[in-house]
Design a protein around this ligand. Sequence first.
Ligand SMILES: [Zn+2]
Length: 155
Amino acid sequence: MRVGKPVKPLPHPNCDYCGTPATLVRAGDDAYPYRDDHSSLWLCADCQAWVGVFPRSTRHVPLGRLADARLRDLKAKLHAALEPLIAAKVRRDGCNVFEARAKAMKWLAAEIGADAEKCSIHTLDADQCERAIAVVERFQRARTVSPSEPAWEDR
Ligand SMILES: [Zn+2]
């Protein structure tokens, strides 16, 4: 019998809340939480927690950890707080939005003491998300009071 190359095991995350293996669901499945197609998701139905997969990832590599309702809410808040900073950097430096977003996450990772290499909005837990939101808000306030405050990306 011919033995092929060892097949890399498919990534299969466990739920970050209860530890049971998550289920891969696609748009249209009964368990799929969105009405529209938001890509495939790793889902824990018991915790109503899920995370998307990397776009075009044939192996359905999860974007980060599973997020429950509270963490999804915090991620949306952080995203909303961060996007104006990112847009401003794109306008000012003419870089693309992915670059600007990566830089912003690096800055935030350093501020909250997370691993910058692996840090994205999808890898943060609720506590880190809250701290990141506070960092952005503090920065925005400082900027309003003294516009000469150094830009976040120059720190
Ligand atoms: Zn769970």
